[in-house]
Design a protein around this ligand. Structure first.
Ligand SMILES: O=C(O)CCC(=O)C(=O)O
Ligand SMILES: [Fe+2]
Length: 347
């Protein structure tokens, strides 16, 4: 086992700015095969304004069953709000380092919080880092928004994010209700699991171009730890790939559509009927890429377990019960090593 160390690396933006030819070895993925196939059939594009129609609900069912991902249109967020959100993010990341560090998650040089302009903890010497800088901000519960750490530049960042977050929360509930219906649960089953203490994190990802995209990953292979993720990807810059039956497929970037995926807590709650997809992001040499992922989780004190209505003799519970907080801690620990904690809970 590698010796444990706590080293705070430079953020990837600082590293990327200094790199001329080769990325430092800490970022180099051994034997990376970044190839992905075209999807045999495109990921279904779901019209969220028509989810009560049987044909649209069927499409959602197919998407969740096949990919765990779907593309969403007519989601209720105006193009202008999406543009504003992405532009704010771009402006934030383009600031000089000392400005961004005002939102740092460090105290005395050590990471203290999941929130902020993030420096990930380096737990071991051989941990490989992603070619990706992040700003993470808690948006739920609303009364726990820590504005002290939210960027004050660009000036309207705060208002735009609050508006954006109120829209994605509505989308979250709409999708959770549709999923419950597809699983023949009470429509509100999943929504009712979300108490006032449930959290929502906005994660702004910034992927600098990399001179050697064949050596690094923007985001290493993982599944999301929460309940549901609502992702908004920069126009025209691809890179997201999803795994199915051990093969990688490219997820197309489509302007003004959202990419929504099931995450691990929901896989447990639906007893593995819909899986939380494994995905990653490959880097590119020319263009910077941005994305904004809204992660929704249940309250940390809640016990995670399959919905009783989805457990019977034919389909016994497939996951061990666990407190959500312990689950999320396990997700972070395993992610650093490129592993998935959910695998350890399978019965
Ligand atoms: O940037 C992307 O397309 C995906 C980001 C992602 O997977 C994540 O933030 O968990
Ligand atoms: Fe993800």
């Amino acid at each position: 086992m590698a010796a444990s160390v706590t080293v705070v690396p430079k953020t990837v933006q600082e590293v990327a700015a200094a790199v001329v030819e080769e990325p430092p070895s800490r970022y180099v993925q051994p034997e990376l095969d970044r190839h992905a196939d075209e999807m045999p059939e495109p990921i279904p594009l779901i019209d969220l304004s028509r989810l009560t129609d049987a044909d649209e609900a069927d499409k959602l069912h197919t998407a969740l069953h096949t990919w765990g991902f779907f593309l969403a249109t007519n989601h209720g967020i105006e193009d202008s709000l999406m543009d504003a959100m992405m532009n704010m993010s771009r402006e934030f990341f383009r600031q000089p380092d000392e400005e961004k560090h005002k939102c740092s998650n460090l105290v005395d040089g050590k990471p203290f919080s999941v929130e902020g302009y993030v420096n990930d903890k380096l737990e071991t010497q051989d941990q490989i880092l992603d070619w990706n800088a992040q700003l993470r901000l808690r948006v739920e519960p609303e009364d726990e928004r820590n504005f002290a750490i939210w960027p004050s530049y660009p000036e309207s960042f705060r208002d735009v994010l609050q508006e954006y977050a109120s829209r994605t929360k509505t989308i979250r509930d709409l999708v959770l209700r549709s999923m419950a219906k597809l699983l023949e649960l009470d429509d509100d089953y999943f929504v009712d699991q979300i108490s006032k203490k449930a959290s929502g994190i906005a994660r702004f990802n910034y992927y600098p171009p990399c001179s050697r995209p064949d050596l690094v990953l923007g985001f290493k292979s993982h599944s999301d730890g929460g309940l549901l993720t609502i992702l908004f990807v920069d126009q025209d810059v691809g890179g997201l790939q999803v795994q199915k039956d051990g093969k990688w497929y490219s997820v197309p970037a489509k302007p003004y559509t959202l990419v929504i995926n099931i995450a691990d807590c929901l896989e447990i709650m639906n007893n593995g009927i819909f899986k939380s997809p494994i995905h990653r992001v490959v880097s590119n040499a020319e263009k910077e890429r941005l994305s904004l992922a809204m992660f929704y989780v249940v309250d940390g004190e809640m016990m995670l377990e399959p919905a009783p209505g989805l457990v019977d003799e034919k389909r016994p519970s497939r996951y061990r019960k666990i407190k959500t907080k312990d689950f999320i801690d396990g997700v972070f620990e395993h992610f650093r090593e490129g592993k998935r904690f959910i695998e350890t809970l399978k019965i």
